[in-house]
Structure formats: C-alpha cells, structure tokens
Design a protein around this ligand. Structure first.
Ligand SMILES: Cc1cc2nc3c(=O)[nH]c(=O)nc-3n(C[C@H](O)[C@H](O)[C@H](O)COP(=O)(O)OP(=O)(O)OC[C@H]3O[C@@H](n4cnc5c(N)ncnc54)[C@H](O)[C@@H]3O)c2cc1C
Ligand code: FES
Length: 279
C-alpha cells in the first residue's frame, strides 16, 4: 500500500489554506497535505504537477521558501483551461499534487561569486526560491543582483517583497516595466536594458534567467555582450507536459526531456535549440 501511495504518477490530495491575488491575472495558492503525505524537500526551480480534479493536470513551479517546505506555495498566471479553473478555487478546496520534479537552480555553484537573477513576468515565481536560498546563506556569495521586468506596474509580481528586498543593504534590486502607467516613475523598457549598468563583475558571475523564451534569448545575448561566460548562465525552459517524470516524451526538447533533464538547463546545453522554434 505504501508503495502505491508513493507512485510518482499518483497525485496526493492537498487542501488550499490560502489564496492570494498577486496581480490581475496571477494568484498564489498555499497548500497543505490532506492525507498526512510528507511532501519531500524541494530545491529552488523544481516544479509540481498540480491536478485539478475533472479539469486537468499542469506543471507549476514551487514559488515558496525551500527552507520551509510547508505550506507548499505555487504562483500561477491564468492563461488557459486549467489555470483559469484553478484561479476560481477557494480556501478549503482540494487539488492533487505530484512532485517535486526536475532539475534546480544550481545555487551552490554560485558560492564565492556574484549572482545575477534576471526574471520576466511570471518567471519571477520559479526564481523566488533561489532568492530565499541565497538569502539564507548570504555570506557565501558576492554581490546579489535581481533584475525584474513586468509588462506594466500592475503586473509586478511579489511587489511588497521586491520593495523589502530593495531596502536591504546587501541586495541590488532593479525593476522595469514595458509600459509605464499611473504614477510609475521607475525604469521603463525591457528588462535587458538594465543589464549594461547592473553592478556585478561579469567575469565572476553566475546568472539565473527565467521568462518567456524570447526574453531569455535577448537576456543571454546581453549577458554575453557584458562578458558573462555562457557556461555560467542557466535558463529554465517550459514545454507542455503530461507525465512529468520522463515516461511519455510529451516535453521533448531536442534530445532532452524538459521534465527530467530540465526545466533548469545550463545555457550551453540548450543554446542551439533555443534559436529554433517549435522544438
Ligand atoms: C516546468 C514548468 C514550470 C512552470 N511553472 C509555472 C509557474 O510557476 N507559474 C505559471 O503560471 N506557469 C508555469 N508554467 C506554465 C504552465 O504550466 C502553463 O501556463 C499551463 O500548463 C497552462 O495550462 P492551461 O490549461 O491553463 O492552458 P491551456 O488551455 O493549455 O492553454 C491556453 C492558451 O494559453 C497558452 N499558454 C499555455 N501556456 C502558456 C504560458 N506559459 N504562457 C502564455 N501562454 C500560455 C496556450 O498556447 C493556449 O493558447 C510552467 C510550465 C513548466 C513546463
Ligand atoms: S512530460 Fe512526459 S516525458 Fe516529460
């Protein structure tokens, strides 16, 4: 029986303890196991398969603090059938959880070096656990720089947390919006525009990048222009998934399966594939 329960294709029931609206189309769910299931520790960048009963199952990154695995935190942008149905869920309702799966942001590789985190839109959610992990052992890293781009000021994710981080003396946080609205007096333009002036040493920096693929391609190009070594850059890829554990081939990306060889890849491994569409 215990074996059946731990089967990687079997979702565990989790109950929603809190629902938080982050932006007009993004929400965070805090979940706790409903069957005494012990959610394994997760590493920054890993994802769970979330199953909305009768609707479907989708991969969503864990956006919480890896040093505090429960409640399990997921931040989702409503874009289609499952994510919109998930947005309608209320506190006390249940969904299924399988995971955690996939590779992680190699925070340990950045020890002794500067860390640059570049996020676009919902891409900040999979990177937030990396920020938590770095801040939990801040003394091990050089400069820590976060560059974040959102479409408009109202689309800025985790706004209060970004403000708190920006107020810290040992962090550099820069935010830019594509389109300024309302009282916004901050940076305007795509996130890549922040790279030339960002305060890190390009020869001694590990970069973690997550956002739409086009944003990641331009970000990597700008980082290389500044002298960051390709092998020091890591990106997180998204592909449609079914099994999440390397069985079905649904997430194939060239020779790799994004669910098990990714989602976090060294840029050097996906460089060629990222220049081609529809892989
Ligand atoms: C490893 C991994 C981690 C992920 N982590 C997160 C996360 O933390 N938060 C999050 O919000 N999403 C995340 N995603 C994306 C998420 O899985 C998809 O948005 C979700 O599967 C869409 O399902 P749906 O049924 O709502 O949309 P569908 O009904 O399948 O799609 C509806 C429409 O939305 C489009 N669409 C689908 N996915 C996206 C997308 N990502 N962006 C824009 N348009 C899209 C489709 O092309 C289609 O036109 C992750 C994906 C992967 C592979
Ligand atoms: S989702 Fe099945 S192999 Fe990746």
């Amino acid at each position: 029986m215990a074996e059946t329960l731990s089967h990687p294709m079997l979702p565990h029931p989790y109950v929603i303890r809190q629902v938080r609206k982050e932006t007009p189309d993004t929400f965070t769910l805090e979940l706790e196991p409903d069957d005494g299931h012990h959610h394994p520790a997760f590493a920054p960048g890993q994802f769970n398969m979330l199953y909305l009963f009768g609707v479907g199952e989708i991969p969503i990154s864990i956006s919480g603090d890896p040093t505090r695995p429960l409640p399990l935190v997921h931040t989702t942008r409503a874009v289609g059938v499952v994510t919109n149905a998930m947005r309608a869920l209320k506190r006390g309702q249940a969904l299924g959880v399988r995971g955690p799966f996939g590779t992680h942001w190699p925070v340990e590789k950045a020890e002794g070096q500067d860390v640059l985190i570049v996020a676009g839109g919902i891409g900040l959610a999979p990177l937030r656990p990396a920020m938590y992990a770095i801040l939990a052992q801040r003394e091990k890293f050089g400069k820590v720089v976060l560059l974040y781009g959102a479409r408009t000021p109202s689309d800025i994710l985790f706004r209060r947390q970004l403000e708190q981080w920006r107020a810290q003396f040992d962090l550099e946080v820069y935010v830019s919006v594509d389109r300024a609205t309302g009282a916004w007096r901050g940076n305007v333009g795509v996130v890549t525009k922040l790279i030339p002036k960002a305060p890190f040493d390009p020869r001694n920096t590990v970069a973690f990048v997550c956002g739409p693929e086009v944003m990641m391609r331009f970000t990597v190009a700008e980082l290389e222009k500044r002298g960051v070594l390709s092998r020091q850059i890591f990106v997180s890829m998204e592909r449609n998934m079914k099994c999440g554990i390397g069985w079905c081939g649904h997430c194939q990306f060239g020779p790799a399966f994004v669910c098990k060889d990714g989602p976090v890849f060294p840029y050097t491994e996906v460089k060629e594939l990222m220049t081609r569409w529809e892989i």
